[in-house]
Design a protein around this ligand. Structure first.
Ligand code: ADP
Ligand code: MG
Length: 696
């Protein structure tokens, strides 16, 4: 499978010169197990070593001095460093080593010798130190010290400089590969060839060369994005090739729509028609319905269920928690039952005869729809003719769980079941293709009418008493509120205490209608408190962030979030989305600790100004930069090695288009470019079957 030309890169790291049995595990930990991984590990920054005099030593900087050695000072007791006192005409410099290099040092660097020393300067009071100098050379070899050096990731026992040697050797083994880039585009973007790009990446000549937007870095990032998009596109294509029953719009759905007390929004109509296009296609649907909390995804799901029922097929709707499942049931069942469709709720609570009767109804086809929790996965849950499975808050389920529900299809291999996943996690548009590249995505980007925007204010913690006083007045007039305490410390116990203390405080002022839910509570207890809140028996619900995203409590109109600066913006937005659903004007109070950093201030400001989850997610991404800004890894976000999804986001859509085109023109990848593309895929090991993210 692997092209021969890549063999040198697939060799284990131990084949690199200098990587012996002691070093190999360190290299593996840092980079990975094969030479390719070392090649793919790029310098993260550069240091410039300025040659200067001791009086100009700057704490924390890497500098180079020319000094005379004055005295060796062996450690006075264990744990003390070996020191060499050195000087130039402007002052004294102490060189220190913490391991027993003493005799060796005395031999190599005798008193009176002139040396060029380079390393990171540390000041302790009046003492100027260089600990473990990176260079200590006779004066005539000063030119051996580079003025400028790339810095690689390092780990204990494997300093950046050693890793650099391995990286350069890995580079020397990198072959010239056939070009997979479209030549016109490559020329326009002025991107170097693959081999040249790696040479430039490992041989930076200035700051600009380690910048993600340097042409060679963009080239390498693009390669990785393209490899990933190709894999996603291939997976999508193979999924499309699976047949599934063709389901047309049914009169039942038209009746259900008429039974709604409202008109669908334009965005809902659009999403529904996209779903219907898939259902009617004869190919298996894998569609993600994305929309802010409260945007009305459930109705779209319900109408798809009605279509399936019209075609004589059953549907399963699965939610991550019992309370959500029950809410869906209460929304959907009355409408569908008017149409003589039997809908059941199946959760962990169903036991014994009641459960058995529900199961037999599903197996015989008496029930058209099952709404439930993980209980729907159980092996003894058998459908007569499952045609559509819907997964709410899809990121809360693992790939296997989703697949298990699909496996309940008629063929038993999941082939025949249409999948509709729903999510309220606003993935910025620019990143959507990397997260959901193998799903079709419909967005509900419009809220149902009549929602008043949630008045959002940021309030410093010292004004807490004022907020509590207002909350008390609001509760007295029948309003309900969420009060969110963050999980911040290392210890969940401490966080829990903070939430318990807050609940106790509020109870003292507001009264016994203050409830508490947290992640450590048994599910049944948690559900009971949530249910009391839904029913209005609890007026203020104190919660750690476990509050279910999808829970609908129309009467709740106040959201207070403590230490709001600790949350991701997307998360704050989702929390805020739980209020503003009813007739009462709603408010969201973002409590923050003083002092607030400028970025934190800007972030909270975005939230005050915007009510659009996608826009907020995009801005948050800009402000927070790289890494895993939105906690996306959990949503199946790939761990790129050369691409930075934020810095290189302009390349994502280009790579997706490119991948589509490549596969459309040359599905077997046999043209010269196609063969180069195969090499690219082998290079990244992104086989279409590897489950980076999989809708099942
Ligand atoms: P989501 O699951 O997207 O967070 P829901 O489907 O729970 O949102 O809908 C939130 C609320 O909005 C529900 O009470 C629902 O009945 C209502 N709703 C949905 N669509 C509309 C619409 N087009 N007009 C008015 N209200 C709607
Ligand atoms: Mg929902």
């Amino acid at each position: 499978m692997r092209p021969e030309i890549l063999f040198p890169l697939y060799a284990p790291v131990s084949t690199l010169k200098g990587v012996g049995p002691r070093v190999a595990p360190l290299v593996e930990k840092l980079a990975g197990s094969i030479v390719r991984d070392v090649l793919f590990t790029l310098p993260t920054s550069v240091i410039r070593r300025t040659a200067t005099t001791v009086d100009r030593a700057i704490d924390g900087q890497v500098q180079t001095f020319t000094v005379s050695l004055d005295a060796h000072q062996p450690p006075s007791r264990l744990g003390q460093p070996w020191k060499i006192r050195a000087w130039d005409e402007t002052g004294f410099l102490t060189l220190t080593w913490f391991k027993g290099h003493g005799p060796h040092l005395e031999r190599q660097h005798p008193v009176g010798a002139r040396r060029v020393v380079s390393g990171k300067v540390e000041r302790f009071g009046s003492e100027i130190q260089v600990a473990h100098p990176e260079y200590l050379l006779p004066e005539d070899r000063a030119s051996d010290i580079p003025a400028f050096e790339p810095v690689y990731p390092a780990t204990a026992g494997l300093p950046s400089r050693s890793f650099r040697r391995f990286a350069l050797e890995a580079l020397s083994r990198a072959p010239d590969l056939g070009e997979w880039l479209d030549s016109a585009w490559q020329a326009r973007e002025a991107l170097p060839s693959w081999r040249v790009a790696f040479a430039a990446a490992h041989g930076p000549e200035g700051e600009a060369d380690v910048h993600p937007l340097a042409p060679h870095r963009r080239r390498l990032a693009y390669d990785e994005l393209l490899a990933h998009q190709l894999a996603l596109a291939q997976r999508k294509a193979s999924r499309r090739a699976q047949p599934a029953p063709s389901i047309g719009p049914s009169p039942l759905a038209a009746d259900a729509e008429r039974a709604l007390p409202f008109k669908l929004t334009g965005a809902q109509i659009r999403a529904l028609s996209e779903v219907r296009g898939d259902l009617a296609s004869g190919q298996r649907m894998s569609r993600l319905l994305q929309g802010d909390v409260g945007s009305g995804k459930t109705v779209v799901a319900m109408l798809a269920i009605a279509d399936a029922a019209g075609a004589g097929l059953q549907s399963a709707l699965m939610a991550p928690t019992e309370i959500l499942a029950r809410q869906h049931f209460e929304t959907i069942a009355p409408i569908l039952e008017q149409l003589s469709l039997s809908v059941i709720l199946l959760t962990g609570r169903d036991k014994g005869a009641a459960r058995a009767s529900k199961l037999s109804g599903l197996a015989s086809g008496v029930h058209a729809v099952a709404i439930g929790t993980h209980a729907l996965f159980q092996d003894d849950v058998v459908f007569k003719a499952l045609g559509l499975s819907i997964i709410d808050e899809q990121h809360r389920f693992g790939v296997n769980e989703r697949r298990r529900l699909q496996d309940k299809g008629p063929a038993g291999d999941g082939g025949g079941v249409h999948l509709l996943a729903m999510s309220a996690t606003p993935i910025p548009r620019t990143l959507e293709l990397t997260v959901f590249g193998d799903l079709d995505v419909s967005r509900i980007d419009e809220k149902p009418p009549g929602r008043t925007p949630v008045a959002t204010r940021a309030v410093p913690m010292p004004r807490l008493p004022e907020i509590i006083a207002r909350l008390k007045a609001a509760a007295a007039s029948g309003a309900q509120a969420f009060w969110i305490c963050p999980l911040v410390s290392e210890s969940e116990k401490i966080d829990l205490r903070a939430a318990e203390d807050r609940a106790a405080d509020l109870r003292q002022i507001i009264g016994s209608s203050v409830g508490l839910v947290h992640g450590q509570m048994p599910a049944a207890e948690k559900d009971a408190v949530m249910a009391d809140f839904v029913d209005g028996k609890v007026s203020v619900l104190v919660a750690t962030t476990v509050v279910e995203v999808g829970v609908n409590v129309p009467n709740a109109s106040i959201m207070v979030i403590e230490q709001a600066e600790r949350f991701g913006l997307a998360q704050l937005h989702q929390l805020r989305g739980r209020v503003g659903r009813g007739a009462r004007p709603s408010s969201c109070v973002l409590l923050y600790d003083l002092p607030l950093s400028e970025t934190a201030q800007q972030r909270l400001d975005i939230l005050r100004r915007s009510d659009d989850g996608f826009e907020i997610a995009e801005k948050d991404l800009e402000l927070r930069g790289g890494g895993d800004p939105l906690g996306l890894k959990q949503s199946g976000f790939p761990a790129y090695r050369l691409a930075d999804p934020v810095a290189h986001r302009d390349l994502i859509a280009v790579a997706a288009d490119d991948a589509r085109l490549i596969l459309a023109r040359d599905p077997e990848l046999i043209s010269p470019r196609g063969q180069a593309v195969q090499t690219l895929q082998a290079l990244f090991d992104w086989k279409p079957t590897s489950p980076q993210h999989d809708a099942g």
